[in-house]
Design a protein around this ligand. Structure first.
Ligand SMILES: *Cc1c(COP(=O)(O)O)cnc(C)c1O
Length: 355
């Protein structure tokens, strides 16, 4: 199968090789060393400040989103949550579950997040801001400079779910003044799912350390304490952490910007090849990670997904709910090359000419 989804994505042979080895014991010096290096490399690649810390959670990305909400906010807070799709809505649900007072900033499907949308909340005593830098469910990248300026002006604690944006779109944690950055193993890191990563600013480390969280597994203060010696409170997904180590080493040599450029070029190449097809790129602000495609009435987007899977051995991302027949997404993260897109475009051309 050729995989153009947004996660899990295609892995390189080197990463697959590491996954095929026996899982080593981990309560020892050599694993601690790997974890301390993982922390340093994550800080480098996310441009985190010197005193930032990193937590590797054995959980999918949502686990890190939940940990961030539980450990950073309480009933005393009042946060703004940007809800522009499935993942934004998840933050809203997490605030509901954990009883964090919040206001939802709804972003309509067809529009970008604008200054005007945030303006009404200026100077209203909010304490935090939650956003998915790239709303992957519909392929919309938010203007993080706009968000950062708003947060600085209002002294808001900024949590950024950059799960699908990290290494696909430029992200500079210290420049943005973000307090928590979240990513996951199965997106542009291109290793199997199972680990989510939180990078915490010095301010976030303080907040988390002084926060009483009602959870054993999602206690970030405990994770940070164990992390000081390169360990985790509970058994982590050891093999995935070794794969992450190999991948981060590659990326630190290669540079985050070079990886972003590589992904951007693939996205651009694919977009330039489909201009003759009856598809519309459906986003006011695209991420390099994915191209969201609107299909006209004659053929259902879900049918395209199924045909590609069944007849061509190709995976793209279908949509759920109201968008099921209208929207599918083609990813550009993972171990992919131009010639892979040639195969996808040929298959798409055949599907449309058979209609
Ligand atoms: C993939 C993704 C997640 C995490 O989803 P999980 O299935 O829990 O790993 C969260 N937010 C965004 C923006 C994502 O793209």
């Amino acid at each position: 199968m050729l995989n153009f989804t947004v996660g899990p994505v295609q892995e390189s042979d080197e990463i697959l090789g590491i996954g095929s080895q026996q899982t080593p014991y981990f309560r020892n010096q050599s694993f601690s060393k790997i974890m301390l290096e993982n922390e340093a490399m994550m800080k480098e690649l996310s441009f985190a400040e010197e005193n930032a810390r990193v937590v590797f959670l054995t959980a999918s990305g949502t686990g890190a989103m939940e940990a961030a909400v539980m450990n950073c906010f309480s009933k005393e807070d009042n946060v703004l949550v940007v809800d522009g799709g499935g993942f934004g809505h998840r933050f809203v649900q997490l605030c509901e579950i954990h009883e964090v007072p919040h206001t939802v900033v709804k972003v309509p499907f067809e529009s970008a997040l604008t200054k005007e949308m945030l303006e009404p909340y200026n100077g209203c005593g909010y304490t935090g801001f939650l956003i998915n830098m790239h709303e992957t469910s519909i392929g919309k990248l938010y203007d993080m400079k706009l968000v950062a300026d708003f947060c600085k002006k209002n002294s808001l604690f900024l949590v950024v779910d950059a799960i699908s944006a990290f290494l696909a779109d430029s992200f500079n944690m210290s420049e943005l003044g973000a307090d928590v950055m979240i990513t996951g193993s199965q997106k542009a890191l291109a290793v199997p799912p199972g680990i989510s990563i939180l990078v915490l600013s010095e301010k976030a480390v303080d907040r988390v350390t002084n926060h009483k969280v009602k959870s054993m597994y999602f206690n970030l203060a405990d994770a940070l304490k164990n992390g000081e010696r390169g360990q985790t409170p509970f058994t982590p997904a050891v093999s995935i952490l070794l794969q992450i180590h190999a991948r981060l080493k590659q990326l630190c040599e290669y540079g985050a910007e070079a990886e972003i450029k590589r992904i951007a070029e693939l996205a651009e190449y694919f977009r330039s090849q489909i201009t003759d097809l009856p598809l519309k790129i459906a986003s006011p602000s695209l991420s390099n990670a994915v191209t969201p495609l609107m299909v006209d009435e004659e053929i259902s987007a879900y049918e395209i997904f199924e045909t590609l899977e069944r007849d061509y051995g190709i995976w793209v991302c279908p949509s759920g709910g109201e968008l099921k027949d209208k929207l599918f997404r083609v990813g550009h993260i993972g171990c992919l090359e131009k010639r892979d897109y040639d195969k996808l475009v040929d298959a798409m051309k055949q599907i449309f000419s058979n209609k």
